[in-house]
Write a protein that binds this ligand. Structure first.
Ligand SMILES: Cc1cc2nc3c(=O)[nH]c(=O)nc-3n(C[C@H](O)[C@H](O)[C@H](O)COP(=O)(O)OP(=O)(O)OC[C@H]3O[C@@H](n4cnc5c(N)ncnc54)[C@H](O)[C@@H]3O)c2cc1C
Length: 385
């Protein structure tokens, strides 16, 4: 029998489907899929995988999708799946991985990212939330802001300062924050769209046991870099079919509504279509590169392209639709469980896209990263290193 995982995987999936009914209990099915190593095939055995090459994952996903198997609702747990899981894999202890990865993958546990603070966004290493050791616990005090999904999250990945007598990048430690712990207070922040996807989070004498520390004391910056690099790939590099996403919506409107067409708009649509396709192919290439390792600074380029395109395409859509493009569907403050821009109005897409060039690293910062770490241009003078 072949030992090549690429040859073995189809048989393993077929065998799994013989034993588990995709139309049966959803959660039971997902848990069993994780236990069989068919969640993330490139993760270690016992952590949802089979230690197989990463590029084989789509083969497994496609086969489960083909038989209509339930998915783990990735849009509900984007931070968990896209950013926390690779961070736990790289920096977590075996006990942490055993405890946290399965309910993360099945979607039972939603995760949030407690990084940004009122005075520490782009300059993340300037954060002031403190964690002080007290016996077997850490006591955390501080404030986080723009925390997407905190109101739904069971766990948060938290950065806190544990030393002040060293350089600012050295004095940070990463924790898994129990969002149900006493002292964690989550307050909604309303956005331009009218919705409150994100929150302020106040941490007052929150006690976290030391076994929720992720990585070594003072090594939080290294852990955060893993999360941030994966964040850029998760936001900018998500798989999309040709003419998928926002450009697909606009192209469909163009085909269905000849009365909206003008020569100038035609030129602009073609320009956007070509850029969207180039961005999609760049993201595809990035995912192929990822199959052989960790995301590099190139992830910043796809995130940057995604943000700029989303703003331009959504702006074009609003203009194309004229008055109708300015009609927003709902201004009541909602807290949606899933982000699905494609089912909302053009106005909603336009307004929500403003945040794309801020969240996950602002476009200015990403341009700095590309200039310095991808293109090797001279670095900006910095006083904090
Ligand atoms: C929709 C949305 C969701 C978010 N979700 C989360 C979340 O779940 N968890 C979380 O922790 N954070 C989250 N954020 C926060 C986000 O990561 C920060 O807003 C972002 O990193 C920018 O930081 P800041 O807002 O403090 O802006 P600042 O750092 O104050 O920057 C202000 C402006 O100055 C520019 N600037 C700053 N420094 C430089 C420099 N050195 N060179 C050039 N330009 C510079 C910036 O690019 C920006 O244009 C979210 C933000 C948004 C919009």
């Amino acid at each position: 029998m072949s030992t090549d995982p690429g040859d073995r995987l189809p048989g393993l999936v077929a065998e799994f489907l013989r034993r588990h009914d995709p139309a049966g209990d959803r959660l039971g099915f997902l848990r069993a899929r994780f236990d069989a190593g068919l969640a993330w095939v490139h993760y270690p055995v016992g952590s949802g995988g089979l230690a197989a090459p990463r590029h084989l994952q789509p083969l497994v996903d496609d086969e489960f999708a083909r038989v209509g198997a339930p998915d783990n609702r990735p849009r509900r747990n984007g931070i968990g799946l896209g950013m926390v899981a690779p961070t736990l894999l790289r920096h977590g202890t075996t006990a942490q991985r055993d405890r946290l990865l399965r309910p993360l993958w099945t979607g039972e546990d939603i995760w949030c990212q407690l990084f940004s603070e009122p005075d520490a966004g782009s300059d993340l290493a300037g954060l002031t939330t403190r964690a002080v050791r007290d016996g077997g616990d850490w006591v955390v005090n501080g404030q986080k802001v723009w925390t997407s999904l905190a109101h739904r999250a069971r766990w948060g990945i938290l950065l806190a300062r544990t030393a002040t007598d060293v350089g600012k990048h050295q004095g940070i430690t990463c924790f898994v924050c129990d969002m149900t712990a006493p002292g964690v207070q989550v307050r909604p922040l309303r956005q331009l769209t009218g919705e409150a996807e994100f929150n302020e989070v106040f941490l007052t004498d929150v006690r976290l046991p030391d076994d929720l520390r992720l990585g070594g004391v003072g090594e939080g910056w290294r852990v955060a870099r893993t999360t941030l690099m994966n964040e850029r790939v998760a936001i900018g590099g998500a798989p999309a079919p040709r003419e998928g996403g926002l450009i697909g919506l606009v192209a469909r409107t163009w085909r269905d509504r000849p009365e909206l067409r003008t020569a100038g708009r035609h030129d602009e649509l073609v320009r956007l279509w070509v850029r969207a396709e180039a961005a999609r192919l760049a993201a595809l290439r990035l995912r192929q590169q990822l199959a052989t390792g960790e995301p590099g600074p190139e992830g910043s380029a796809v995130k940057l392209a995604f943000a700029e395109l989303a703003q331009r395409i959504s702006g074009f859509e609003v203009e194309l639709l004229g008055e109708a493009g300015l009609r927003h569907d709902d201004w009541t403050m909602r807290r949606p469980a899933e982000t699905d821009l494609l089912t909302r109005t053009a106005t909603h897409r336009y307004l929500r896209a403003r945040g794309n060039s801020i969240e996950g690293g602002s476009s200015e910062i990403l341009r700095n990263i590309i200039a310095e770490r991808v293109l090797g241009l001279p670095v900006e003078p910095r006083s904090d290193r």
